[in-house]
Ligand binder design. Structure first.
Ligand SMILES: CC(C)(COP(=O)(O)OP(=O)(O)OC[C@H]1O[C@@H](n2cnc3c(N)ncnc32)[C@H](O)[C@@H]1OP(=O)(O)O)[C@@H](O)C(=O)NCCC(=O)NCCS
Length: 304
């Protein structure tokens, strides 16, 4: 078997297999950002045939974005060879680390994790991916929460001068100030501009909300979609001044009411890092009752 660069034209026209939709998305997304595709070639009747591929991205260091092996060639070491090829390519490009993440929800994720561990990768972070269907049951659970506690908390916040507006409805000045302000007032590792200007993970502006107290930004939420039917909760942040005061609840309430009332999206997901203790407590309280699946995500790192 030979591992070598798979030219984009060959990927687009010359493969005997098709990738699942998420695979296609991750491959194209890596290629668009100057990533490289590696192919696993087997000799068949004198011809080199591609039986697996790996997308290697170079965004903030080298990343394995996706790995796929054609069904009938699985469990023969092809995946492991592609990962070894990715490490060699990353070294060649003078990256100092290679990253990868495995979604542990199915046997493929577990196999991928095993391949990474056998190649010397170490776990550097963990997160839980929570999926919540936006269906009648969620709507009911949500309404029940609002009756029991939510409405009272929101009323108290409103009485204290808080209000909430979607990114879509916010006037130019609210948005402009937000874009100038967030760096000073919100945790800087969350950059809303990453999503406000993203062509793949497109911000859904009428489902993303800013909570203000008077004219000050107190909290915001930002959700995106890649396919117009599922939503990803990307950010939920309270500004330093308003942390611990419950302001974050207003964007959540606004989101949940819109999402459960409209039925435009079928499901939403949120990824919560294990080390983010405060967010995990929130999730336990507010999100767990709605979740249908919680999948562990492992972030791996290989020093080159
Ligand atoms: C995950 C995937 C890439 C593995 O490729 P592969 O060529 O079958 O992997 P390898 O043969 O190199 O296997 C490496 C190790 O994982 C194990 N493994 C592979 N598939 C497995 C499975 N389904 N269940 C359990 N272990 C598995 C192998 O036994 C081997 O371990 P060993 O050396 O101790 O025996 C392949 O199953 C696939 O394409 N899945 C669909 C796409 C996907 O989900 N990709 C992962 C997300 S990026």
């Amino acid at each position: 078997m030979l591992i070598k660069e798979l030219p984009l034209v060959e990927y687009l026209t010359g493969l005997d297999f098709t990738l699942p939709p998420l695979g296609k998305f991750l491959v194209l997304s890596a290629v668009r950002r100057e990533g490289v595709l590696l192919g696993a070639y087997l000799n068949e009747g004198g011809k080199q045939k591609v039986v697996g591929l790996l997308a290697l991205g170079f965004r903030k260091g080298a990343n394995i974005e996706y790995l796929f092996v054609q069904d009938q060639f699985r469990r023969q070491g092809v995946g492991a060879a592609l990962v070894a090829g990715a490490a060699a390519m990353a070294r060649h490009k003078e990256a100092s680390v290679l990253r990868a993440r495995a979604l542990m929800g199915d046997s493929f994720g577990a196999a991928f994790a095993r391949i990474l561990e056998q190649a010397g990768f170490e776990v550097c972070d963990r997160a839980n991916l929570i999926r919540v269907p936006l269906d009648a049951r969620s709507k009911e659970t949500w309404e029940e929460f609002m009756r029991r506690r939510g409405s009272r908390i929101c009323k108290r916040l409103r009485d204290d001068g808080y209000w909430v507006v979607s990114f879509a409805e916010a006037g130019g000045d609210v948005l402009q100030r937000f874009q100038e302000d967030w760096k000073l007032h919100f945790p800087t590792h969350l950059d809303p501009n990453t999503f406000l200007n993203n062509r793949e993970h497109r911000a859904v502006l009428d489902y993303s909300f800013i909570a203000l107290k008077g004219q000050e930004h107190a909290a915001y939420s930002l959700v995106t979609t890649i396919d117009d039917s599922t939503l990803s909760f990307q950010h939920l942040a309270a500004s330093f001044k308003y942390q611990g005061l419950g302001a974050f609840l207003l964007p959540i309430v606004a989101f949940a009411e819109k999402a459960t009332a409209e039925g435009r999206f079928k499901v939403f997901s949120a990824m919560i890092y294990e080390r983010n203790e405060r967010m995990n407590r929130l999730v336990e309280k507010f999100l767990r009752p709605f979740a249908t699946a919680v999948t562990e995500q492992r972030f791996y790192l290989l020093h080159l």
